[in-house]
Design a protein around this ligand. Structure first.
Ligand code: PRP
Length: 191
């Protein structure tokens, strides 16, 4: 397959400064909402890793970190909403204040799966924060408690988010060019 376009051909959507300002606001909001408590932040690999690293440092509470990995089936553009666990948690979450950290909620199949799985473990509290929310593509009615930016139905990359393994380490968030050759590729993790 041909390489995706260089990032100079991507459409700038959110600058690093805009992202960092919003992450600081979200961290302050979470710190106020959970004042006096400890949190377990659960990052959903791989896309949320960079957001989680920044968000954790914007929260002024005691936070432990854990990570979970899931695979969704179909293409990223045409998810069938089926999700399976690839890597479980290190920490037990029973009686913990759990904050799931997502980079993006799209169909919400991943979030729905994670909520059901984690609630079965009886955390004291389960909340979800996402940097990006794309409500136009929902297959499930769940959503995040804290949302950084609500975005239109465009394919976002950068700041942890990829297209076929490209662009994750870009500090800005970009949209893929519309109607490009790349949209027909089969994307996402191989189950
Ligand atoms: C992305 C993102 C979310 C999920 C959201 O993960 O990180 O976990 O998709 O999509 P949904 O709301 O339609 O379920 P992806 O499968 O692209 O894996 P990655 O984070 O490893 O790139």
């Amino acid at each position: 397959m041909a390489d995706p376009p260089p990032h100079s051909q991507l459409e700038l959507f959110l600058t690093s400064d805009q992202i960092q300002q919003r992450v600081q606001e979200m961290g302050a909001e979470i710190s106020r909402d959970f004042a006096g408590q400890s949190l377990l932040l659960i990052g959903v690999l791989t896309g949320a890793s960079i957001f989680l690293a920044d968000l954790a440092r914007a929260i002024s509470l005691n936070c432990d970190l854990d990570f979970i990995s899931v695979a969704s089936y179909g293409t990223q553009q045409h998810s069938r909403g089926e999700v399976r666990l690839l890597r479980g948690l290190e920490h037990p979450v029973e009686n913990m204040n759990v904050l799931v950290v997502e980079d993006i909620v799209d169909t919400a199949a991943t979030l729905s799966y994670l909520r059901t799985m984690l609630l079965a473990e009886r955390p004291a509290l389960l909340k979800v924060v996402t940097l990006l929310d794309k409500p136009s593509r929902r297959l499930q009615t769940v959503t995040a408690d804290t949302i950084g930016f609500t975005i239109p139905n465009r394919f976002a990359v950068g700041y942890g988010m990829d297209f076929a393994g490209y662009y994750r380490n870009l500090p800005n968030i970009y949209c893929m060019p519309p109607a490009s050759n790349w949209s027909s590729l089969h994307l996402g993790k191989t189950p």
